[in-house]
Design a protein around this ligand. Structure first.
Ligand code: BGC
Length: 273
């Protein structure tokens, strides 16, 4: 499935150095597009395929490969373009160290090498929420914001990115903070809300308690909510409480793609992978 891009010029070798491929591996979909690194715009269609189940490395890499083959066949890629892949877990040295919402066999698997072999181009892995943080600080709601910005992505899990004067403190993993004796995301992620069958008002009350817990530790100056659930903000915003102002992320569907591309393109704010 693909959506029209904001600006769809095919790959132009003269400007290829300013582009990178961003890939976002989520709990339900794998999405990818070519990104203009200077503007954050998507310069190819955004291609989405379902996340294979189980989401093993081999199955996910096959889906990523098929999406990139499609982009290549349509003339959007060139050989020099690096690819960034956002994954739902802690990334160190081109591997996942944790895997809450993706198959456990990713843990320790040499993902960067396997993707480089399949895609035939340099690959950088990055945590999906950290990728969203990179996108928001470069072009979105965290741009030029001084102080501490807490970004939470709410979807299958809860991801987090902490930005201090525009610098990312990577791998914060606040979705796994103990909240009501469990991992927070087991109560209040988007999929947990659906699984528990609770309404927006009750969810927002619990989410506000979670925010209060984080605020007592980090005293953020701004809270940004992203991920699939943030698209529904009109349904819950009136019940959310926090000390810091809360805003919705600028990029709802594409933050992970844009941030992964920025990481691949060597964004100075990106963590080492
Ligand atoms: C993972 C995080 C990820 C988040 C959102 C959590 O379960 O541990 O690394 O950012 O889900 O996908």
């Amino acid at each position: 499935m693909s959506e029209p891009a904001a600006t769809p010029p095919p790959a132009d070798p003269a400007s290829a150095h300013r582009r990178a491929i961003g890939i976002d591996v989520g709990g339900t979909g794998v999405k990818a597009a070519v990104v203009d690194l200077a503007t954050g715009e998507l310069v190819s269609p955004r291609i989405r395929q379902k996340t294979p189940q189980p989401a093993t490395p081999t199955a996910v890499i096959e889906v990523i490969g098929a999406i990139l083959d499609e982009l290549a066949a349509d003339g959007y890629l060139d050989a020099a373009m690096p690819a960034g892949v956002g994954l739902p877990g802690v990334v160190k040295d081109g591997r996942l160290l944790t895997a809450a919402n993706i198959d456990r066999s990713w843990v320790g698997f040499a993902g960067r090498e396997a993707l480089e072999a399949r895609l035939g181009r340099p690959v950088r892995l990055v945590n999906d929420a950290d990728a969203a943080g990179l996108a928001e600080v470069a072009f979105g709601a965290a741009k030029a914001v001084a102080g501490t910005v807490l970004l939470l992505t709410i979807g299958t899990g809860i991801g987090s990115a902490l930005l201090i004067d525009g610098t990312l403190l990577d791998s914060t993993e606040f979705g796994h903070v103990t909240f009501r004796r469990r991992d927070a995301e087991q109560w209040i992620s988007g999929s947990a809300r659906e699984r528990r069958g609770i309404g927006w008002r009750r969810w927002a009350g619990e989410f506000s308690e979670f925010l209060a817990l984080l605020e007592a530790w980090f005293w953020p100056d701004l809270i940004i909510l992203g991920g699939g659930v943030s698209k529904e903000h009109a349904k819950y915003a009136r019940w959310l409480k926090s000390r810091a102002p809360i805003v919705t992320a600028r990029f709802l569907n594409t933050a992970g793609i844009i941030g992964a591309a920025l990481a691949a393109g060597g964004d100075p704010a990106a963590p080492p992978d």
